[in-house]
Design a binder for this molecule. Structure first.
Ligand code: DGT
Ligand code: CA
Ligand code: CA
Ligand code: ZN
Length: 572
């Protein structure tokens, strides 16, 4: 368990203690300890005495010691046994903290979202201490917003589900091959449902296995060519499996990858060549001869086109570009040489610099930049100039270890609400990579926000602007920004804009990336990893970059170390 995991358990204990309502001071002690541990630089597991940390008393320390030794907590298990599980779901309703949830539970016996909705509708909540008619009204709205399934599910929500399904498919002996299809394969940022194409000689057996897969709430359809299931999750997810004989795999995969718009245009082109396309392949109109394609490449070749990758199949101008020989050679995951945005235990990350570096090196990277948070972001353990200097020394030391890998020094520096930067120039000039970031006061007007960002771009030490539009997919709109002005300033100064790969962000998005590329603005794909596991975010970033038609040369962190360093030192 890393520091972040331990902090999460302590926060859960605090919430449960508050719901139980016996001692608010005790709950707060757990929260304070969680904060101290999350921002503690050293792995807590390595500390001889946890009570040495500020705000960590004996009681909490015993829980931490147990977690470190066994990965479990008896206290947490006792609380979970005592408190109905449904109550934790209530924490998702904005405006409902654990204390209020405790009151709802003890006074009204509410144990689920459904109970809450009923009580609100019957106006039983307004009479409770600390509530009132206005709160009741607000809660009714918040409940609706929090529980409503968005029409399209965000990628961040479905990716772990898709990965679990892939593990299951890989474990089935009767499955010869399988692939993602649909919008998931095209790396769209939201999806309606998940699609998989499965090649098998034993369709009945595979259909039975898929319908019986763990987590299936309902089988919508089941036959030898298609299985459709609904998974039991907070927001139910529908999964479509198409079962095909192995020789039909490529044609079916192409068909079910879509998009529908791409297919409409492709079919027009096929028709002009005397072919009709279907999920089984093509048919020659004149002779009636059927063609099953051995690969998607062969399908496009039959239409006199080069291969068009899934991420471009949106029915925009990809077929014209293919015809004219103007398709980009899309960036691939293997082109990424390093990660320029990640966090460690020095701020709010879960792993040490060393752990992040070793994991990155094992991925085949040649470098990483350590970009922890800056001093004004206190909640995330932002570093003072002194701490930053100490971190630089630690990194210099660590770098002696490898001759095929480098850790660059850096920071993710807040651009303050008044436009100032969070460190003076003499601190910034010592760092290899400076990322400018807006985390506070992003409800300012477009003019103010644009000026803040351009001010940072114009600082000679700032190399990259992180998550430039600040959006959270399906949760928070992008800030109002004059993006053209931002792009122009980035182009003039040679400052890179980030494609943040956290699947909740994917910021910049594909249409922005295409514009940035056309202007010659360099893009940096950063994982924004807060743990070793999150280095994997880069895959969603590369998928999104491909949707934005980016090539290897458009992306800063595909450069070898020397060329990257030359870029970072472009202003001396
Ligand atoms: P979404 O809305 O995120 O699920 O997007 P897709 O593209 O995954 O759409 P979906 O799941 O309805 O269908 C998957 C693919 O199957 C779609 O991209 C193209 C193909 N497809 C499905 N239904 C039809 C259809 O009625 N006509 C054609 N031409 N293609 C279809
Ligand atoms: Ca789909
Ligand atoms: Ca579908
Ligand atoms: Zn970050």
């Amino acid at each position: 368990m890393n520091n972040r995991d331990i902090a999460a358990v302590l926060r859960r204990i605090a919430d449960l203690l508050d719901i139980e309502g016996d001692n608010p001071f005790r709950a707060n002690a757990y929260r304070r300890a969680a904060q101290a541990i999350e921002t503690c630089r050293q792995p807590v597991a390595e500390l001889a005495d946890v009570t040495a940390l500020p705000g960590v008393g004996k009681g909490v320390a015993a829980v931490v010691d147990e977690l470190v030794a066994t990965g479990r907590s008896t206290l947490l298990e006792e609380l979970e046994a005592k408190i109905p599980a449904g109550l934790l779901a209530l924490l998702r309703v904005p405006g409902l903290g654990p204390k209020k949830i405790g009151v709802l539970y003890r006074e009204l016996g509410i144990t689920s979202l459904a109970d809450l909705e009923k009580a609100l509708n019957e106006q039983r909540v307004r009479a409770l201490p600390g509530f009132g008619a206005k709160t009741e009204q607000n809660l009714r709205q918040a409940l609706r917003a929090a529980t409503q399934r968005p029409e399209r599910l965000p990628l961040a929500y479905v990716l772990p589900v898709a990965e679990a399904i892939e593990q299951h498919l890989a474990s089935l002996e009767a499955v010869a091959r399988f692939s993602r299809a649909g919008s998931l394969r095209r790396w769209k940022e939201t999806v309606k449902d998940l699609d998989f194409v499965v090649a098998t000689a034993l369709p009945e057996e595979v259909a039975d296995a898929l319908a019986a897969m763990p987590g299936v709430a309902r089988v919508i359809a089941k036959g030898p060519t298609k299985v459709s299931v609904e998974l039991d999750l907070t927001w139910p997810v529908t999964v479509d499996f198409r079962l095909v004989p192995p020789e039909a795999f490529a044609s079916a995969l192409h068909h079910f990858t879509g998009s529908a718009e791409h297919h409409v245009r492709l079919r027009q082109r096929a028709k002009a060549k005397g072919l009709s396309l279907s999920e089984y392949g093509a048919e020659e109109a004149a002779s009636g001869r059927r063609i099953a394609f051995a690969s998607e490449e062969a399908l496009y070749a039959a239409l006199d086109l080069p291969y068009i990758p899934p991420e471009l199949r949106e029915g925009e101008d990809e077929i014209e570009a293919a015809e004219a020989g103007r398709l980009p050679r899309l960036i691939a995951e293997a082109d990424v040489r390093g990660d320029l945005h990640l966090h460690t235990t020095w701020s709010d990350g879960g792993n040490t610099i060393e752990e992040m570096a070793e994991a990155a090196r094992l991925r085949g990277y040649a470098y990483i930049a350590v970009t922890d948070h800056s001093q004004s972001l206190k909640i995330a353990g932002g570093l003072s100039p002194k701490e930053l200097a100490a971190q630089r020394e630690a990194i210099a030391d660590l770098n002696k270890r490898w001759d095929d890998f480098a850790v660059l020094t850096g920071v993710e520096m807040d651009i303050l609400p008044d436009g100032r930067l969070d460190y003076p120039d003499d601190v910034l000039k010592e760092l290899d990579v400076v990322i400018g970031s807006i985390h506070q006061r992003f409800r300012q007007d477009a003019d103010t926000l644009t000026k803040r960002i351009i001010g940072a771009i114009e600082n000679t030490h700032v190399d990259i602007i992180a998550h430039p539009t600040g959006r959270l997919i399906a949760r928070r709109d992008p800030y109002p920004l004059n993006l053209d002005a931002v792009f122009e300033a980035a182009r003039e100064t040679g400052t890179a804009l980030e494609l943040n790969s956290n699947p909740n962000r994917l910021d910049l998005k594909p249409e922005h990336l295409r514009r940035a590329k056309a202007l010659g603005v360099p893009i940096a794909i950063g994982s924004d990893a807060h743990s070793v596991a999150e280095l994997d975010n880069i895959r969603a970033g590369v998928g999104t970059a491909r949707r934005g038609w980016l090539e290897k040369t458009d992306v800063l962190n595909t450069r070898p170390l020397d060329a990257l360093l030359a870029y970072l030192r472009r202003n001396g």
